[in-house]
Ligand binder design. Structure first.
Ligand code: NAP
Ligand code: GDD
Length: 351
């Protein structure tokens, strides 16, 4: 039986990855940080699985990290998914973001070397946010980002991710560690945190339909993201550790959509059409059926610097890993809206 350690087990991806690994008959150790409130909501269903063990640890504390690794020196795979992962929050808490998202990775890598664990395989959760303002252009004029596109980070989060990304590369080259970094583009699903724009939208749209919420307030409607389905992306992580040669891989759909389109599509799933009126911070989204204003702009959601366009080219992952995305943008929105709508419906019916 293969063994894996997942740092960041309580997050969206940690919860999908543990599902995948348990299905593949792994024994999984999940590391979660101390919290005064329950942070295991996404992994409740695996807590009693005999092949799963939850241990407490914090990646900003190198003693904590090495203490855990010491217990599992023969572990086969280590996944570092732990991060302060909200880009907006990273502008308000840059030091904390640096410690968790940047230095946390180094704490794991150096512990692997110090404990002579170079036989294990390591995955680092790198991010398309590292590209920031940068992209390349195909001959047909379309823009894209791949493993060779330069990084131009636009947030404290992205800078921390770049540091962790380069540390992963360095430990691969300096110590021969099987260390791979997945440059994952935005990936979503019903387990996504409600502070990220997609889930914020699907929760709000569902609540608006049941009259529990009046208004969805957002920031930049025109930012473009390459949104994929989280469980498929976690399979990409696992695939990176199964090939002989460690490397960096972009995982993306190759399609990009605006926040505005995500909102339109979400209402469309529930049979509603949005009409946009006004401009800039005065722009409003109106329900065509009733004339109710349901979307407005709140500048508090603007970021000091914004990443305007993300669109990934995952050809390398397709060729070397056999990874391709299956869930389309429309299907993703439908999965998320349906899940949130059904939750609201259940609550409504209980009343
Ligand atoms: P997430 O839901 O925010 O989960 C982050 C995880 O990190 C949570 O389990 C969190 O624990 C844990 N964590 C935070 N600080 C920690 C610390 N000091 N010590 C130990 N654990 C800590 O993020 P996600 O969406 O699953 O993403 C997983 C990883 O992929 C992250 O590194 C993220 O930056 C990266 N990434 C995500 C995307 C995406 O679109 N989702 C794209 C590219 C890269 P709590 O539950 O206690 O907060
Ligand atoms: N969160 C949020 N809330 N974002 C908003 C809002 C809002 O009310 N209104 C507009 N946006 C815009 C943001 O400015 C950004 O351009 C886009 O929606 C997506 O924001 P998020 O969903 O917060 O994701 P992100 O792209 O900043 O970061 C996510 O993807 C990265 C990969 O590219 C996170 O998961 C990162 O951890 C990940 O690395």
């Amino acid at each position: 039986m293969d063994t894996a350690i997942i740092f960041g087990i309580t997050g969206q991806d940690g919860s999908h990855l543990v599902d995948l690994l348990l299905k593949k008959n792994y024994s999984v150790i999940g590391v979660s940080r101390y919290s005064s409130t329950d942070n295991t909501g996404r992994i409740k269903h695996v807590l009693s699985n005999e092949n799963f063990k939850l241990v407490q640890g914090d990646i900003t504390d190198v003693f904590s990290v090495s203490g855990i690794l010491k217990e599992y020196v023969h572990v086969d795979e280590i996944y570092n998914l732990a991060a302060q992962s909200h880009v907006g929050v990273s502008f308000k808490q840059p030091g904390l973001t640096w410690d968790i998202t940047g230095k946390g990775c180094l704490n794991i890598l150096q512990s692997i070397v110090d404990l002579d664990m170079l036989g294990c395989r390591f995955y680092q959760a790198s991010s398309s946010e590292m590209f920031g303002d940068s992209s390349d252009i195909y001959e047909n004029g379309q823009r894209y980002q791949n493993e060779n596109t330069k990084f131009l980070p636009q947030s404290p989060y992205a800078i921390a991710k770049c540091a962790a990304h380069y540390a992963t590369r360095l430990f691969r080259e300096a110590y021969g560690l099987h260390a791979s970094a997945g440059i994952l583009f935005n990936h979503e699903g019903p387990r996504r945190g409600e502070n990220f724009v997609t889930r914020k939208i699907t929760v709000a749209v569902s609540k608006i339909m049941f009259g529990v919420q009046d208004l969805l307030s957002v920031g930049n409607l025109d930012a473009k993201r390459d949104w994929g389905y989280a469980p498929e992306y976690c399979e990409g992580m696992w695939k990176m550790l199964q090939v002989e040669k460690p490397d960096d891989y972009v995982i993306a759909t190759g399609e990009t959509h605006t926040v505005r389109e995500f909102i339109e599509e979400s209402f469309d799933v529930l049979g509603e059409e949005i009409i946009w009126e006004g401009e800039g911070i005065d722009e409003k989204g109106i329900l065509k059926s009733s004339g109710q204003m349901v979307v407005n702009i709140n500048p508090r959601y603007f970021r000091p610097t914004e990443v305007e366009l993300l669109i990934g080219d995952a050809s390398k992952a397709k060729t070397n890993l056999g990874w391709t995305p299956k869930v389309t943008f429309k299907e993703l929105v439908k999965i998320m809206v349906t899940a949130d709508y059904n939750k609201q419906k259940e609550r409504h019916e209980k009343k």
